[in-house]
Design a protein around this ligand. Structure first.
Ligand code: EPZ
Length: 430
């Protein structure tokens, strides 16, 4: 009988982990968080019923649905997915509370302008991994004819003159690309987005918009073209599997030893990670719908890991790979090119015996034996990294700050326990 974590995770709870156990088993990967969030936003501009399959109630997904409801939309988790009816939507304001809970609240801008020609939202929140401005979203929407003003932390948009246009992104921002695709989808005329992001989640958004009657092409390249349509109907859609969640479980398997398989994810979305896992000495087998990693957990340094826009090494797996390097023999060099403050987990890993020196966007990691400690998650992927380190470390750890981890991993402890990890959830006794 496989273990199961003993109770539902809550934001103020903690994981109690005893490390040193190998992991064996399979994890079914669900729809990608970073696809679901823009797809939920995009449903604001559809006038019909939407069903997104293989969805789990992570707190980011729940908060995004809360924003949709505040605008008048109907939405709920059901039948293993998310049901949305955007037809009743009439509101065009998102307050600071809801907007401040997550980064993807900014994705509401494009769809609201496209459908209601007006939007007023507070600045988004999200993981504190850098300043995370939204200047590319704003300048891009202006290039499409929107009148956008910023006033005391709010963004006020008048989209009455929205029309197709040409936007050149100086950096392939994922969110700005997605916001502009959505605004352009119902803007009269032709739009070209140059310098676009090429992540798999962009292709999901293109395919969803087209399933709803839109005309978008070029996702996966740096040039996306959109012919605006007057309306979008609903659709059922199966987003890609979550490549970041899948990568997290694979890294856990490599660090702890054993054999871990992830299913329901396109292995081609994980190629940069599987290259590094092999370089570290793990055995990796790839199939079209999944990946298996196996080994004895005795890893050596994968050398240099440098993050970059897709198809580069994903920044969202940088913290988990830093945890792997912290216990792999030899010295590794991690370069974080996307965010200014994404080594926050390092200080917590050092409490576990890690030898990490951070200098700006670079971290030097010398592999060490890790020991259990009480550590605190301070962002989503950094929190996942602490859990992985605790699973590998000798002895007992307590990982607090679950509010960060629950944003992007549903039943994280339950899945790890089903692989044989000694992990339980302890909620604060109120
Ligand atoms: C998306 O964030 C993801 N979030 C992030 O995942 C991911 O790390 C990131 O893309 C990069 O892949 C969602 O999809 C909900 P960006 P986003 O715009 O859109 C700068 C996770 O852990 N920038 O590509 O915010 C920005 O500051 C999260 O799941 C501007 O300067 O990322 C950053 O340095 C974390 N101006 C860089 O671009 C802008 O207007 C990349 O940001 C927008 C971005």
């Amino acid at each position: 009988m496989k273990n199961r974590a003993d109770c539902r995770e809550t934001d103020d709870g903690s994981y109690v982990i005893t490390g040193g156990r190998p992991l064996y088993g399979e994890v079914e990967i669900m729809s990608a968080k970073n696809s679901l969030l823009p797809l939920i936003a995009c449903s604001v501009m559809t006038e019909g019923e939407v069903f997104l399959s293989r969805c789990e109630p992570t707190s980011d997904a729940e908060n995004m649905l809360g924003i949709l409801r505040s605008l008048g939309g109907i939405c709920r988790f059901e039948n293993g997915g998310i049901y949305i009816d955007g037809r009743p939507i009439s509101g065009c304001e998102v307050g600071c509370g809801p907007a401040g809970k997550l980064r993807s609240s900014v994705f509401i801008l494009g769809p609201l302008i496209a459908r209601l020609r007006r939007a007023e939202i507070c600045y988004p929140g999200g993981c504190e991994i850098g300043p995370r401005p939204i200047d590319l979203h704003i300048s891009g929407l202006r290039a499409l004819g929107a009148d956008v003003r910023e006033d005391g932390g709010r963004v006020l948009c008048d989209g009455r003159n929205l029309r197709g246009g040409r936007v050149e992104l100086p950096f392939p921002s994922v969110g700005a690309t997605e916001n502009l695709m959505m605004a352009a989808a119902r803007a009269p005329g032709h739009t070209v987005i140059l310098g676009a992001a090429a992540e798999p989640e962009i292709a999901d958004l293109q395919n969803f918009i087209n399933a709803c009657g839109g005309k978008v092409r070029g996702a996966g390249s740096r040039r996306i073209e959109v012919d605006g349509v007057s309306s979008l109907h609903g659709a059922s859609f199966d987003p890609s599997g979550d490549r970041i969640a899948a990568g997290t479980y694979l890294i856990a398997g490599a660090m702890c030893g054993g054999e871990v398989t992830v299913r329901g994810v396109d292995s081609s979305h994980l190629c940069r990670l599987t290259e590094k896992l092999r370089a570290a000495g793990a055995r990796v087998t790839e199939r079209t719908d999944g990946v298996t990693v196996s080994g004895d957990g005795e890893l050596h340094s994968p050398g240099k890991v440098e993050t970059g826009p897709y198809p580069g090494f994903p920044t969202d797996l940088q913290s988990p790979v830093t945890a792997l390097c912290a216990c792999a023999k030899g010295t590794s060099y991690i370069i974080e090119n996307l965010f200014e403050n994404r080594f926050r987990a390092a200080q917590q890993l050092i409490k576990m015996g890690a030898d990490i020196t951070v200098c700006g966007r670079a971290a030097t990691v010398r592999g060490r034996r890790l020991y259990g400690a009480d550590v605190k998650a301070e962002d989503l992927r950094g929190g996942a990294a602490l859990v992985l380190a605790a699973l590998e470390a000798e002895g007992r750890s307590v990982v607090s700050g679950l509010s960060h981890i629950r944003r992007g991993y549903y039943d994280f402890a339950g899945r790890l326990a089903s692989l044989g990890a000694d992990i339980t959830v302890c909620n604060k006794i109120t």
